[in-house]
Write a protein that binds this ligand. Sequence first.
Ligand code: ADP
Ligand code: MG
Length: 909
Amino acid sequence: MDASSRNAAPPSPAALPAGPSSRATPMMEQYFEIKAANPNCLLFYRMGDFYELFFADAEIAARALGIALTKRGKHLGEDIPMCGVPVERADEYLHRLIALGHRVAVCEQLEDPAAARRRGAKSVVRRDVVRLVTPGTLTEESLLDSRRNNHLAAIARARASAAAADSVFALATADISTGDFRVIEGDAALLASEIARLDPGEVLVSDALYADPELAPFLRTLRQVTPLPRDVFDGATAERRLAQFFGVATIEAFGTFSRLEANAAAACVTYIDRTQLGRRPPLSPPARETSRTILQIDSATRANLELTRTLGGERKGSLLSAIDRTLTSAGSRLIAQRLSAPLTEPAAIARRLDALDWFMRNDEALAQTRAALAAAPDLARALARLALGRGGPRDLAAIRDGLSAAKALSTTLSGVADAPAEIAEALDALRGPDGDWVGELNAALADQLPPAKRDGGFVRAGFAHPLDEARALRDESRRVVAALQARYAEETGVRTLKIRHNNVLGYFVEVSAQHAGKLSASPGRDAFIHRQTLAGQVRFATTELAELEAKIASAADRALAIELEIFDRFAGLIADAAAAIRGTAGALAALDVAAALATLAIERAYVRPEIDASADFRIEGGRHPVVEQALLRDGGPFVANDCDLSPVDGGDAGRIWLVTGPNMAGKSTFLRQNALIAVLAQMGSFVPAKRARIGVLDRLFSRVGAADDLARGRSTFMVEMVETAAILNQAGPRSLVILDEIGRGTATFDGLSIAWAAIEHLHEANRCRALFATHFHELTALAKKLLRLHNATVRVKEWHGEVIFLHEVAPGAADRSYGVQVAKLAGLPESVVERAKLILAELEAEDRTSTARRLIDDLPLFAASAREPGPSPHKGDALIAALDALNPDEMSPREALEALYALKAKARG
Ligand code: ADP
Ligand code: MG
């Protein structure tokens, strides 16, 4: 799919031919009217068993879906282009159109065609749009990934001054398929990191924001941006709209919201109202989050650490897939949420760890919980569909089964001792809504359920007497039809006579052409009225049959009406209990996550991390959670390693480890495993280590040198520098920074100088905990001068001229790079390897290292000056331009260093 169709402006409204004219048919007039009211959408216009699209809509859809474009009638003398999709397969087509960035207005018939006919021959069936389908407002199982949330986001901005750096943003996110609703306020960096975390399916902005050139580069990176008129983002009416949506007098009951937060949240609910046309999904009241409670991880770091998906975009191979042992869709969504938003408050983290701990100590409870969860369907999404009027009988069954599983589990676990807070709370919520309608629902639903309620047949026989009667009548009449067929056959002497049914003729008598005469000539009766002659058959009607048909139809209609009434009654009871059901769903998900993480911890021997407010970071025997599992499959052991970035005695600033070692030694693995252990710990999971003590991080950064990003059209070096700049500008004393081979993408001396200056900056200005892997061995000399810089190396052994990777991290510096040996391992021709060895020997004689030693003694140490808040995206742009103007290949190390200082000065504005 091409990128441009995925975001930016919604597909241009399908242009209509010059307005409705007096010559348009009544149906076309209706079409024009509805289309004009929904100009930015493709209009799915219901006609019988099809949704039809006309004019430019038809052309767009036919191309997008690869379906036939045909014609239907004429308008102003021109053919009307048309295409159609069958109603039963509409979801599938909707899915494809939405994925391409289209919006669809679904227009239904609001009355029976017969009712329209009764009003007069010329009247048109009443129709109207019942729903706008957009990427952020989906609820259908077939349109969603059950393991992922689908967020609708709204961004509101307030500017303190003209400078972009002063902007404050509020971000509201709602998942109408599950009811989650949150709002957060902060600067541009927070906005970017929150959006990266939530990965919304659709982002709402005001027209003004959409047109702002400063935000354009950012908005372009999003999946789908929908600009909306000013009234949706009107601050003056925001609180009132929110209160209206939730049916409360004032939103103060939900907490104190800033004007900006209320604005973003109101934009979400207004948009939901407009797309769902008044149907209200069971949204929870907006929960207010603050940046201080969530570990901030920007999008480059998320991508880099492959938290929820790999660099290739897949779930498999990510940290999430390595740790996800949940059994339900809701649990799977919750564990992904927690992994994407680790906490920063030790007490909140401890609460989650206590729950996990408890499951590990109570293996019986663990087994019982997992057994109950395996039978629990997706309550939240079934609830949302029912509340929006899109639910089916299977959603009723999901509610019944989910609530029963929850109740059973609460009974099973009711006797447990010393349950920690999270478990006790969950057990409480498992009891579910009051009232015995769940039992009644169980009695009502048949064993086999049709997908759609309009199919009928989902209410169990014996549940409702009038329904049983109507059904008996309907079935009885069908038996009468069979008897009638036998009688007609006997009376006419045509043994092959059949009574059949179709949608056009209803019931009719059918005989082969050769016998038709016998029926027409049937003596003394006007019984057989000719209806239709086909190639081999002739069809007749009779009065008796017509009467019978009316009886069958009315009995069937009545049966269906009773079933739908029963459906609506239960749907109403469920909607009334929405809050309790959501609570039960949340409790099941929370138990699923705790039990899953306990299962993982047992399976993989993870330990409980010690989390506090110190600046410590001490991992003993740490392992990489993903690589470890991959190696396990290949039969290899993973070598555990220690890492200690805690402040040197009594200090407050953490340590920086400079990790050297040949290619393939395990540097990148070591760096990442420590970042991942921190993420796991702060999300409330046990960690792959013997022991871990972590003073909570507030931000996590990870960058890899020379990662090609051709897709975005930037040179690798450029990307690396932009990302490094962001870290040096943003990291603070509570941050953890992982820099992997920064400076690799350029000439050696440039790279060395930049890496050098970056380390000094981290040490003096950022004062954060950091791991820095490098192939510049010269840098190890810096440890002499920088008190908190610690040299570590991943050890290898040389044996008969070959390298053996030990994957052991030890104090000290790598003695050499072993590049030539690694090249040999890779299968470089022997002659090339020999030649390279010779050249290396020559070069080593010149000894680059001694130059570096001299520099360390001569160059004054990096001078840290007052730091200011991080840059805005706008400043980023200016930095990019400045960086772009540099030509590293023509600079001396000194010039490079100076350029870096100049860039920093620019970053400060
Ligand atoms: P480097 O960054 O030093 O080039 P990597 O971290 O990419 O090296 O590691 C190279 C390979 O070595 C990895 O793909 C992994 O299979 C293996 N490896 C790394 N660390 C370990 C370890 N601690 N135990 C076992 N195998 C490891
Ligand atoms: Mg590496």
